[in-house]
Design a protein around this ligand. Structure first.
Ligand SMILES: [Zn+2]
Length: 150
């Protein structure tokens, strides 16, 4: 349910685990063990004693509003580097253009100059990919206030 939000948070640079099928008890255990916040839409989870002070109830249905709400509650520290939206990998490295040739559709290869590769899962990103679009919107939210209600 919060999959889009999880991807956005990774692009913003937050270390984000997304496990929609995990049981509440396990989620809480993981959060405590890793000193993490739980983002959920489930009030039963936030009301559990063990989750108090460690959970945040996400209100809006719209992913864009969700990320705004979360960024307002947990402002990103300066210098946070984007993580891979697919796997939460920390390193997105510049991919040698020739090596990218066999990894992306031909029309993409011909029209783009730069490619980035996740060192963990190998996913390739380029300007204009969903990642880049999210990142642009995210920067607008972080730097120029709220683009939905200017
Ligand atoms: Zn990855």
């Amino acid at each position: 349910m919060l999959g889009r939000l999880a991807r956005w948070l990774r692009i913003a640079g937050y270390d984000t685990i997304y496990e929609p099928d995990m049981e509440d008890g396990e989620v809480i255990r993981l959060a405590i063990a890793g000193d993490r916040m739980i983002l959920t839409r489930d009030t039963r989870l936030t009301e559990r004693r063990a989750a108090r002070g460690r959970s945040f109830l996400v209100g809006p249905d719209d992913p864009l509003e969700q990320i705004e709400e979360v960024l307002r509650a947990f402002p990103p520290p300066a210098g946070l580097q984007s993580r891979c939206p697919e796997c939460n990998g920390e390193v997105l490295e510049l991919q040698d253009r020739e090596d990218a040739k066999d990894l992306v559709p031909e029309y993409v290869f011909l029209s783009k100059k730069e490619f980035f590769r996740c060192a963990a899962c190998g996913h390739i990103y380029w300007e204009g990919s969903q990642y880049a679009k999210f990142k642009k919107k995210l920067n607008a939210i972080i730097n120029k206030g709220n683009p939905l209600n200017p």
